[in-house]
Design a protein around this ligand. Structure first.
Ligand code: 5AD
Length: 347
């Protein structure tokens, strides 16, 4: 079947079979991508209008026990200066975000470190009580069911945990043996069970990715029905084993965003920072291809310098007020505007 027909079928049935996904991923042309982009944009418009949801991310710790082959803050990169922000600094970051209209705070850190669960729960409770009209999203990696349950009980609303790839062999080529795809998927299912708005996701153009692994990703996302999907290009980092691989392309990232929007119409889909790192107007193009979320960085600049996951992840060197204003004027150009509510799934 030609690609356009496959895109139409996906739109009608919200499902393609494995061989159809493989055919689509291996054969689409620029025209097909633009076709998918238009369709995805009209679906996003239908559900969200020209509103872009805004989340403030606080990269509160770069300590990491994992050694993912692609990531700049992997455990064995000893050029990174490790930090953990104090609760006071984290709350200040949220305050600055709040004053700039942000009503979702995303707390992100490295993964697989000894964590003080009670302390984290207290932090979530403090944020939720101080900013009672805000949502808290966590992105801390793989934890046990009970740990997730405590965080949920403390008031966390959403959780981001990219699955990275749904193909077991591919997963094994991007991660050390100590990590397993089964556990990551189990975590995602647990998060859903606990009522978190849950986000999975992938890097487009990651080393060893293929039409087949992308087909697996689409089928996994169809079965998980995540509320959010984080899709950004892989970008090499010089101090990782994947330093010599080339970056994912803008085009394939936009295609992936569009197909996710067509398959899971109401999903919250960020136009990622990595997309903006590939090309200066990358995030606007992401919105036009069906994304509906942008995540300005609230992390203090000196900490951001040590949270470099990939090359060219520049620190935001302007104050949050100006960063938000700059983003708004970029959105003005394409006729979109920041939506300053919590921006929950399906709301
Ligand atoms: N390029 C792009 N994205 C990356 N991430 C980690 N390293 C890189 C890289 N080199 C992404 C992973 C992770 C998220 C927090 O950042 O997908 O889940």
């Amino acid at each position: 079947m030609e690609c356009r027909k496959l895109i139409d079928k996906l739109n009608r049935e919200k499902h393609l079979d494995f061989p159809e996904w493989v055919a689509l991923w291996s054969n689409y042309s620029d025209d097909d991508r633009l076709y998918a982009g238009e369709l995805a944009r009209s679906i996003a418009l239908k559900h969200y209008g020209k509103n872009v949801y805004i989340r403030g991310i606080v990269e509160f710790s770069n300590r990491c026990g994992n050694d993912c082959f692609y990531c700049g803050i992997r455990r064995s990169n000893d050029k990174v200066q490790r930090y953990t922000l104090s609760d006071d600094v984290i709350l200040d970051c949220c305050e600055t975000g709040y004053q700039n209209g942000i009503r979702t705070f995303v707390l992100q850190s490295g993964e697989a470190v000894e964590l003080d669960l009670e302390h984290l729960c207290d932090l979530v409770r403090s944020i939720k009580s101080r900013f009672d009209d805000c949502a808290v999203t966590l992105s801390l990696g793989e934890l046990s069911f009970d740990e997730y349950a405590s965080l949920r009980q403390a008031g966390a609303d959403r959780y981001l945990l990219r699955h990275e790839t749904a193909d077991k062999v591919h997963y094994g080529k991007m991660h050390p043996k100590s990590m397993s795809l089964e556990n990551r998927m189990e975590c995602l299912r647990n998060l859903k069970k606990l009522g978190f708005q849950t986000g999975c996701g992938i890097m487009t153009g990651s080393p060893f990715q293929s039409a087949e692994t992308l087909a697996q990703d689409m089928l996994f996302m169809e079965s998980l029905q995540p509320e959010m999907m984080g899709i950004g290009p892989f970008i090499p980092h010089k101090d990782t084993p994947f330093a010599k691989f080339s970056a994912g392309t803008l085009e394939s990232t936009l295609m992936a965003v569009s197909l996710c929007r067509i398959m899971l119409e109401k999903a919250l889909l960020p136009s990622t920072t990595a997309l903006g790192a590939l090309q200066s107007n990358g995030r606007e193009l992401g919105i036009l291809a069906g994304a509906n979320v942008i995540m300005p960085n609230l992390t203090p600049p000196d900490a951001q310098d040590n949270y470099i996951l990939y090359e060219n992840k520049k620190r935001a060197d302007v104050p949050v007020l100006q960063a938000v204003a700059d983003l708004q004027s970029r959105l003005d150009v394409i006729g979109y505007t920041f939506y300053t509510g919590r921006g929950d799934f399906g709301a």
